[in-house]
Design a protein around this ligand. Structure first.
Ligand code: SF4
Length: 496
């Protein structure tokens, strides 16, 4: 923590956080012993029982129900190859049934890296002098946004360190700036944020600035591991403050909240069950589950030994298994696979894990998009990215594999959020809108940003999905075609 004012800000805030914790109205929903017991009780699951759970997950996809912790423990312990094939098959089927065969695209935008915390796995931790930290000025933010909008992005996740220079007022200012940028037809239509836990009144201000989804990841739900990697005496060391960050956000009226873990800190199977408990706790308190789940893996970071030496580093195969189980256990939740992973891993996990959202053309150094030609700037990054493909290359590869790349942000702008969104996702009817809006936003991308090769393959993808709309949502078919024509006549942002 560099300056005395930052230290003072931290200490004052920590005292307020502890006061909130002492009066916390919520019960800790993570019982470590019960999770470990569920996993050990189901250590050798029966094949028929496992396959019955897979079938139950398919039924759940149309009823909006989640699996039980015991079910998830069975799936996570499965060693039978046939069962895994059935799980992957079901993950893919559920994803198509709920969301359609589209991938929603976004980019992360790192706004600030100074941080008062000292998380053992993070390149931005305050004690790590090997990484230089900085906060974008508004002019620099404009440059980053111009570069992102110029690629064709419409949806961002803005990422902030926890520091007085990036408090909730700064977040509001940057959100307003983000929505104000226009370059030709380019604009950001949905700004999600990934920011440290806030108080309810701070969330209210952030909500009023127009954010989309609010993400905060517990990193690990395992209490002892949490204490080990998040030093006591730091803000992030306060487990319950972070555990109920999404509760407070929902109290403040933020509709869409997103949870996640950092795989590699503790046993991935424990983290899966814990995420399920978190989703159940949110539903119980607010009748709104998580809008998305994220599951980044530990990646190397400059001067950060834990990132490569953790005893719980998760293999590629187990990672794919975990992602597929997330799809089965909570079918209505969006599933985000990030560019931390290599292109090969992403392709396989996307196919077998039922993934619905991915970032593309990503740069994670603060100020990195203004220097797009540098894939990595290690001394300005939190970790090292695995997939540095450009957005155009990524879109081409999605088309080659038969996916519909989507830049859709219509749900949020049409009020399909929170309690309005949940029934549509839970009853697998949201894809009626999603495919149509996906086609319309993809056409915008092809018209305005795509290379000739991507445009050619992309037009074939649009043709395929128009046929899908004809067959599955015939009431929208004429309107979609009319809107495609209007886009050809330079109209934009047409959506359902
Ligand atoms: S993980 Fe987040 S909170 Fe922890 S040091 Fe890094 S930026 Fe700060």
């Amino acid at each position: 923590m560099s300056t005395s004012s930052a230290i003072q800000w931290h200490d004052t805030r920590l005292a307020a956080v502890r006061k909130w914790e002492s009066a916390c109205p919520y019960e800790d929903f993570i019982d470590d012993g019960a999770i470990e017991e569920a996993l050990s009780t189901q250590a050798n699951p029966d094949k028929a029982h496992t396959l019955a759970i897979v079938e139950k997950a398919r039924d759940n996809a149309r009823a909006g129900a989640m699996l039980s912790p015991e079910d998830v423990a069975v799936l996570a312990n499965t060693q039978d190859r046939d069962c895994w094939e059935a799980i992957y098959d079901a993950a893919n089927w559920i994803k198509r049934a709920v969301y359609g065969n589209r991938i929603v695209l976004f980019a992360p935008l790192y706004i600030s890296s100074p941080c008062v915390n000292n998380c053992a796995y993070c390149g931005f931790r305050t004690s790590n002098d090997a990484v230089s930290k900085r906060t974008l000025t508004m002019d620099e933010l404009d440059e980053e946004l111009a570069a992102l909008v110029g690629q064709g992005h419409k949806r961002l996740v803005l990422v902030y360190g926890e520091h007085p220079s990036s408090d909730h007022e700064f977040i509001c200012e940057t959100i307003a700036r983000t929505y104000s940028v226009r370059r030709g037809y380019g604009e950001i239509r949905r700004a999600n944020i990934n920011a440290a836990p806030l108080f309810v009144d701070e969330y209210e201000a952030v909500r009023a600035s127009g954010i989309g989804t609010y993400q905060v990841f517990q990193e690990t739900y395992h209490h002892e591991t949490y204490r080990k990697v998040h030093p006591q005496g730091t803000l992030k060391g306060e487990y319950r403050w972070r555990q109920f960050a999404l509760h407070r956000a929902l109290e403040a009226g933020i509709d869409d909240v997103a949870l996640g873990v950092l795989f590699g800190l503790y046993d991935w199977r424990f983290e899966l069950l814990a995420m399920l408990h978190h989703a159940v706790a949110l539903e119980k308190a607010f009748d709104i589950g998580p809008h998305t789940m994220s599951y980044p893996r530990l990646e190397p970071a400059l001067n950060t030994p834990l990132a490569t030496r953790s005893p719980h580093v998760i293999s590629d195969e187990d990672f794919k298994r975990a992602v597929a189980i997330i799809r089965l256990m909570c079918p209505y939740t969006g599933s985000i696979l990030t560019a931390r992973e290599s292109p090969a891993v992403r392709r396989e996990v996307m196919r077998d894990g039922g993934v619905s959202q991915m970032d593309a053309g990503s740069r994670i150094a603060v100020g990195g998009y203004a220097q797009m030609e540098h894939e990595h700037i290690p001394d300005r990054q939190q970790f090292i990215l695995g997939d540095a493909r450009s957005l155009d290359e990524f879109v081409y590869d999605l088309c080659r594999d038969g996916y519909l790349p989507s830049f859709c942000t219509a749900g949020y702008r049409e009020g399909r959020t929170g309690a309005n969104f949940m029934p549509l996702a839970k009853h697998a009817t949201v894809n009626r809108f999603c495919i149509a809006n996906g086609v319309l936003t993809f056409k915008e991308y092809l018209l305005d940003y795509a290379s000739p090769e991507t445009r050619a393959i992309g037009e074939r993808v649009i043709h395929t999905y128009l046929e899908w709309i004809d067959a599955n949502v015939p009431q929208l078919a004429d309107k979609v075609r009319q809107n495609l024509e209007r886009e050809g006549q330079n109209q934009r942002d047409l959506h359902f």
